[in-house]
Design a protein around this ligand. Sequence first.
Ligand SMILES: *[C@@H]1O[C@H](CO)[C@@H](O)[C@H](O)[C@H]1NC(C)=O
Ligand SMILES: *[C@@H]1O[C@H](CO)[C@@H](O)[C@H](O)[C@H]1NC(C)=O
Length: 192
Amino acid sequence: MRQSTLLLVAVAVMACVGGAFADSAYILASKSILNNYLVENMDITIQYSLFNIGEGAASSIQLLDYFPQEGFNIVAGSTSAKWDHLAAGANVTHLVVVRPLSHGRYNFTFGQVSYLETADASDPVVALTSAPGVQQIYPFNDYDRQYASHILQWAVFAVATAVLVGGPAFLYLGSRAKYVAVAAEEKNRKQR
Ligand SMILES: *[C@@H]1O[C@H](CO)[C@@H](O)[C@H](O)[C@H]1NC(C)=O
Ligand SMILES: *[C@@H]1O[C@H](CO)[C@@H](O)[C@H](O)[C@H]1NC(C)=O
């Protein structure tokens, strides 16, 4: 009898502890670069995604990142963001557009996220986002030479393709129209 009472108490305590964990938020955060090519003096879009994989809502969420002023201009958005609330299973994203002032290799490090994992938590949890890592930022002149001339090449290619594909198609459509007209005339004549 006494043993089973103890067991019940133990189970109840475990349920309480489990319950406390089950109600707390747990945020996974990623930081990613949306551009395929990173080029000096051209916009780079950085996306932060926060996903609450916990069982409870997070509150007082703060995202904080940093780009050295001597290396980057902030073109749009901000390197920090705040949200009051992030429900369990919910996502939020944040974008910032930066422009690198020079070329070369740059280590894109992690941002920082802090939040309260339960409504009555007093100390915030501090987590790190993923980090894109070392990336090559190309000189603007290289980019200009390679891609501007490609745009011209693509335009020439597009015109050439239009003539090659479009030419026979026009001929076909033209002769088909003539054929249809002749057939219709024939039909009219027969009906009269
Ligand atoms: C939140 O993001 C994750 C990972 O990208 C995704 O699997 C999940 O479906 C998203 N949830 C909602 C509610 O959009
Ligand atoms: C990039 O920065 C991170 C964070 O500071 C560091 O851990 C990592 O070693 C750096 N990578 C390189 C290749 O320097």
